[in-house]
Design a protein around this ligand. Structure first.
Ligand code: PEP
Length: 251
């Protein structure tokens, strides 16, 4: 059966000391509590090694928020998938809408990043989702399908089985506006159908599809109650232990 997952995305928040404190506090809570889902935090690159050394990464998974689309070499300022893996992190968030919108990440670049992540033993948390105009135009199904096809459908079924998907409607990210549970279930079910068409029902059924977009303790339970919503990718509410744990406890 597919995993239930709550993953945080700190984005460009918290300096090293603050991030370390947050990670340690979260890990301490998890050490004393039985939770019903996998818990992951996505941190800035510079935090990764320190955070991985300070927490039990079996209990609290650690993700980078990006990696380079090249394996190594003269790419000043970039961080490779191999480097991420060498910190002890086991996951990498790829294709976040902020990276697509502000850093020009294309489906082709993301395809390469996914391949490099997998080649280096990282589990990609691959983000997809439509902008408001696309939703208003009824294009959201086509948009997410194209995002999946463009970056993931050249993977073998075995490699696709290692991917975690995160559906994040861009209009709900950081806006306080959340997709309704019905909207989330509708598109998650559609996404699973797209996966089943390509890879068969078993692979589709085993793929965790997270919802992201203003998910918080007060709405997590009703979102997670849907059969095709397997957890959340959490931005703002991942920056405080109590908020994040409130979402973890929704399972
Ligand atoms: C995100 O950036 O992945 C996200 C879901 O952000 P927020 O929870 O703040 O909407």
């Amino acid at each position: 059966m597919r995993k239930k997952i709550v993953a945080g995305n700190w984005k460009m928040n918290k300096n090293l000391q603050e991030g370390l404190e947050l990670a340690k506090n979260l890990d301490a809570v998890l050490a004393n509590e039985k939770v019903n889902c996998d818990v992951i935090i996505g941190t800035p690159f510079i935090h990764l090694a320190s955070v991985c050394a300070a927490v039990d990464t079996q209990r609290l998974g650690v993700a980078a928020e990006n990696c380079a689309d090249h394996a190594s070499g003269a790419y000043t300022g970039e961080v490779s998938a191999e480097m991420v893996k060498s910190t002890g992190a086991n996951y990498v968030i790829l294709g976040h809408s902020e990276r697509r919108a502000y850093y020009g990440e294309t489906p082709e670049m993301l395809k390469t990043k996914v391949e490099l992540a997998l080649a280096n033993g990282l589990t990609p948390i691959f983000c997809i989702g439509e902008v408001l105009e696309e939703r208003k135009a009824g294009e959201h199904f086509n948009v997410v399908k194209a995002q999946i096809e463009g970056s993931l459908f050249s993977l073998s079924a075995e490699d696709f089985g290692k991917i975690i998907l995160a559906y994040e409607p861009v209009w709900a990210i950081g806006t306080g506006e959340t997709a309704t549970p019905e909207q989330a279930e509708e598109i998650h079910a559609y996404i699973r159908g797209v996966l089943a068409e390509k890879y068969g029902q078993e692979v589709a059924d085993n793929c965790s599809i997270l919802y992201g977009g203003s998910c918080k303790p007060s709405n997590a339970k009703e979102l997670f109650a849907n059969p095709n919503v397997d957890g959340g990718l959490i931005g703002g509410a991942s920056l405080k232990v109590e908020d994040f744990m409130g979402i973890v406890r929704a399972w």
